[in-house]
Write a protein that binds this ligand. Structure first.
Ligand code: R5P
Length: 261
């Protein structure tokens, strides 16, 4: 692995403990003005100091993020379908790697739809972009997207995650499921979990903790942070689980304390 690739990976995964809290705020690329992100800067600016990495789209970055920021950026480069489309997540490349480099990103993200009708398109698009990324030392985060009708279990997540890694992903983002150790153990690259739909804060913290216990290196969490009753308190509680080994109970107590401040 070359120096540039290693250096960019060290911006995403913190060398002090090998873990990361990625804040996912890319939802607008297929969901439009998602609850919580309808006024992007009001929500995201107070969260940035607590995020190790910001995952978002080219448009959000250019329009709403101060270029003086020092938060590392992971840029979503796949897209093309909306939540209204039956073929949602049948995605292609929506941003060139040259533009990603111009935007000084630390990594890019791409969704693969394993087991669905358009699996081949999303997977071949993914490997094509990885070849472009390798040329410039840009890490690729594979998002193992799940279609509406697909089962979320350890067997499926292990298959999708292992495929992503064998095809060249540097980090895999997947969903937490029962038996998550199987997913982590069979994947040769670091794994982060997506948050998924909003749950009560205590449950989201339990999930993050269980993922770390099973061997994930962190989270790439969106709605469970920005749709929380107190997003700034929630991202700090998630940080406490990921970086400070808080138990879910300790982290929830921290959340309750911080939300009143
Ligand atoms: C979906 O593919 C998007 O990339 C989101 O960033 C991802 O789902 C993580 O966000 P959430 O924690 O809200 O699921």
């Amino acid at each position: 692995m070359d120096w540039g690739m290693k250096n960019r990976l060290s911006k995403i995964i913190k060398p002090k403990d090998g873990r990361t809290v990625m804040l996912a705020v890319d939802h607008g690329y297929f969901m439009g003005p998602t609850t919580g992100l309808d006024h992007f800067t009001d929500m995201v600016n107070p969260l940035i100091p607590h995020a190790d990495t910001l995952m978002l789209t080219r448009g959000a970055l250019r329009n709403w993020v101060d270029p003086n920021t020092d938060v590392p950026i992971v840029l979503r480069v796949s897209g093309g379908t909306s939540i209204l489309n039956d073929d949602m997540l049948h995605e292609g490349q929506v941003c060139s790697i040259e533009d990603a480099i111009r935007l000084n990103v630390s990594g890019v993200a791409w969704s693969i739809l394993v087991g669905a009708k358009y699996e081949r398109d999303t997977v071949l698009g993914f490997t094509e972009v990885i070849d472009q990324c390798e040329e410039y030392g840009i890490p690729m985060i594979a998002v193992t997207a799940v279609g509406k009708d697909m089962v979320r279990d350890a067997r499926y997540m292990a298959l999708a995650s292992r495929m992503a890694a064998e095809l060249g992903a540097h980090i895999v983002k997947t969903y937490f499921v029962d038996g998550f150790e199987k997913v982590v153990d069979s994947c040769p690259v670091p794994i982060v979990i997506a948050g998924g739909k909003k749950q009560p804060e205590a449950d989201a913290l339990k999930m993050a903790h269980a993922a770390i216990e099973a061997g994930a290196i962190g989270v790439d969490m969106g709605r469970n942070i920005f749709q929380s009753e107190s997003p700034v308190a929630m991202i700090q509680a998630v940080n406490a689980v990921v970086h400070d080994n808080h138990t879910p109970q300790e982290a929830f107590e921290l959340f309750n304390k911080l939300k009143t401040q």
